[in-house]
Design a protein around this ligand. Sequence first.
Ligand SMILES: Nc1nc2c(c(=O)[nH]1)N[C@H]1C(S)=C(S)[C@@H](COP(=O)(O)O)O[C@H]1N2
Ligand SMILES: [Mo]
Length: 545
Amino acid sequence: MNQPQVPTGQRGTTAGSTGLRTGSASEAVPPQYLPPQHPGDNSPRRSGLLIRAALGGVLAAVAGLAAGSVAAALLGTRQTPVVAIGSAFIDRVPPWLKDLAISLFGTHDKTALRAGILVVLLAFAAVGGILAVRRYVAGAAVVVVLAGIAVIAAATRPDSGQTGFVPSMVAGITALLLLRLFANRLAGLLTDPDDGVSRRGFLQLSAGVALGTVAVGALGKVAGGHRAAVAEAREGLGIPAPPSLDPPAGVQAPGAVAWATPNEDFYRIDTALSVPLIMPSDWRLKIHGMVDRELELSFADLLERKVVHKWVTLTCVSNEVGGDLIGNALWSGVLLKDLLAEARPSKDADAILSTSKDGFTAGTPISTLTDDRQSMLAFAMNGEPLPLEHGFPVRIVVPGLYGYVSATKWLTDIEVSRFDQFEAYWTPRGWDELGPIKLSSRIDVPRSKASSGQVTVAGVAWDQHVGVSKVEVRVDGGPWQEATLAADPSTDTWRQWHWSWEAPQGNHVLQVRAFDAKGNPQVESQAPPAPNGSTGLHSVDVKVG
Ligand SMILES: Nc1nc2c(c(=O)[nH]1)N[C@H]1C(S)=C(S)[C@@H](COP(=O)(O)O)O[C@H]1N2
Ligand SMILES: [Mo]
């Protein structure tokens, strides 16, 4: 039943309000007896609107946080908005407050902090909800500030990686959109507290958002739970231990980077937006194609074979001259040579196409898998099962080839084939089909400043599976001077070097060049990484004070 229009004071009809009242409790009350409507109004109806508005803000925030958690689970980052703010908070609280929290909450101090952050966030969200009804931008500003704090907190965490800020961003955008919907629904109640359409609309929206949040939260639990389950399986995995984790004697040059790269510092390059998750018990590898005998291996099958442990330096083709997309680790695994001997490739086959769980592919010459370089299916890195980001449970490691043509992580399939039969992932994207690593060298210290007098110049040089025989350094374009080489256990790792420089005050340019095992010098002309790896000499400007 339609009622005559109710006076709406000076404000007029707000967007989203029909200006019409449909059947409500106050039907019989003539308009002039309705409570006056102005900002200071404290009538029960008014507070009803306030409560709804606050509830809308809270629901928008809770839904945003749930969306943020799902994003975090999918991206494989721990940086949910609450964790991001919490970690940033922990880094900044004065020690006495930390001590107080621990004495009050004991080992539950982290839970208490999370709960505290949640309460504060939701309180602000309630205020944002109330503001948004009158002026959406005012409410939105509250959300933007809260989400902004979380984004900055996540982006500045040392452990958050490149995508750590995304969950907070997703949370903020979700909350902003929902806040808009709530504000629209409640606008009708602003002009008419009894507007049944608006009331029902609010109720429906709230129920919808609450249900959606529960569903999204469940999804997040499943996604996050799966990662946790795989991480747990990884922790509990028994694998053959290498005889020693220590670098061989004499490999470390003073001042150069750690010869053995710790797993957490190892560069990571892949196309996977979220880390592929594979339970070791579910892992199967098929070796098929141009073979006499197809093989299918489980993780247990792999461990039953002869295991080798070998130091190998991995390098990315995208590494710029002087860059750090290179790392050296002790890999444990099964030789591809042995597995291929079982499968017996046909004489016409010249390549394998390896495929990862997420569809990445690499094409690798069979000759590099069957010669003496000990190419392997690796399941461990520095004595630990492969980290999830580095290919758990099994990846390929081929000494001497850039990663994009060989080092497939989360490996699931090997097809023995021919290069003229396939195109691997990076080939149609402008990178060469074959990717042997180029002889290169880098100065690690000094990088910008030094004090005059004796200065240690040091760094690394590499030419995997060929070997480095000499490194030279020069100052300001002067004569090349031979550096001292550290030991190398094989030609498949980088080789460190150092040189003692009597450094005079002023600005100087240091340069390095390496020679391979056959005496060939490094290519001096500058080339970018594409299509087959950078060349040029690493130069460092040093200010000696
Ligand atoms: N599944 C998969 N494996 C991959 C890649 C990828 O994108 N997906 N990138 C390759 C590239 S380009 C390099 S340089 C190495 C890097 O290995 P890392 O992340 O363990 O250092 O992995 C290789 N293996
Ligand atoms: Mo790479």
